[in-house]
Design a protein around this ligand. Structure first.
Ligand SMILES: Nc1ncnc2c1ncn2[C@@H]1O[C@H](COP(=O)(O)OP(=O)(O)O)[C@@H](O)[C@H]1O
Ligand SMILES: [Mg+2]
Length: 317
């Protein structure tokens, strides 16, 4: 991770610290520690430290191979059933990666309810150039949705081969350009369409969204088992609508049940990625076409890195 190390005779040390992702949650800690450790060495008079990031495609036994040419990682967001907040999580995950400085795309492959265009406020039809679709852009994200292609208001009947073809097109016939991450909003459930999609897309991994109720968790468990059966590595479980924090008095109410997501993750031996509370601002963000992480990007916390630093990182990368 240490590049361009130079030590001048006066004791000035300069080096670059290259992270594996700009969205590294411990970036600041690495920076402080590296600076401290080097400063403490005898003879060192000054430290010039640059932080950069270089996302590597997954290692497949031979080398680091991009899933789609130019696209390093394809990360799916799935769920056992609809209405648990899968699209909300996919949209905010993509927006967070983008805010952290990663080049990010979002593919809405939910044939049952493509809701990404609404959540990001994009309505135009993607243009075709050199026989390839040009993704739409919002908040720096590149976006393609099956809803935009099929016509958002049309009820489509999707049969297996048609789904496979549509997905192939959305992955292969799109000018994604250079992306660190392509986030895919999968259809819910373990039906035919999900299976086809999970098989058609070369996935780095899948994050499963669930809600805390027993029934919803049992369904999430089924989804995880399906992805394991397809050799798609589970990245972990995200519990959405975990609890409600009262805006008036601050009381924290576990409306459904507490700890269910964490227990299920432990039982399945997958990482528990976190809990998202029920928050009316999430709905406002979704309905107004501006994801909550964009609306409330304050420059603090791991998901809201400040924009100047992002620009620097990106330039450096
Ligand atoms: N944490 C949350 N707090 C409040 N509302 C939420 C939260 N997560 C999702 N919602 C809302 O629930 C509805 C369903 O979410 P959506 O992401 O479309 O689910 P799915 O894609 O799983 O069907 C949307 O109106 C969304 O704004
Ligand atoms: Mg959805």
């Amino acid at each position: 991770m240490i590049k361009d190390l130079a030590i001048d005779p006066a004791g000035q040390v300069s080096f670059t610290f290259e992270l594996t992702t700009p969205a590294c949650p411990v970036r600041d800690r690495f920076q402080t520690m590296a600076r401290q450790l080097v400063s403490d060495l005898p003879g060192v008079t000054a430290v010039d430290l640059k932080m950069t990031a270089n996302v590597q495609a997954p290692f497949n036994g031979r080398g680091h191979e991009a899933a789609i040419p130019g696209v390093k990682h394809v990360i799916a967001v799935g769920s056992g059933k609809g209405g648990v907040g899968k699209s909300t999580v996919a949209v905010n995950l993509a927006a967070s990666l983008q805010l952290a400085g990663a080049r990010t795309g979002l593919l809405d492959a939910d044939i049952y309810g493509p809701s990404v265009p609404g959540m990001l406020g994009v309505t135009e039809q993607p243009k075709v150039r050199d026989q390839k679709l040009v993704p739409l852009e919002a908040f720096g994200l590149k976006i393609i949705s099956i809803g935009l292609l099929a016509g958002a208001d049309k009820a489509m009947i999707w049969r297996g081969p048609l789904v496979a073809r549509a997905i192939e097109q959305m992955l292969g016939d799109v000018m994604w350009g250079e992306l660190d991450y392509l986030v895919v909003d999968l259809p819910p459930g373990t039906g035919d369409a999900s299976l086809t999609l999970a098989q058609a897309v070369p996935l780095t991994g899948v994050a499963i969204v669930c809600t805390p109720q027993e029934a919803a968790l049992r369904i999430a468990l089924k989804a995880l088992q399906m992805f394991r059966g397809l050799n798609v590595p589970p990245l972990g479980l995200i519990e959405n609508m975990s609890h409600y924090v009262c805006a008036q008095c601050g009381h924290d109410e576990a409306i459904f049940k507490r700890g269910g997501g964490r227990e299920t993750a432990e039982r399945l031996a997958v990482p528990f990625l976190g809990e998202i509370p029920i928050d009316p601002r999430v709905v406002i963000g979704g309905d107004s076409g501006r994801p909550i992480v964009e609306l409330h990007s304050t420059g603090t916390g791991p998901f809201t890195a400040d924009r100047d630093r992002i620009k620097q990182l990106r330039l450096a990368a």
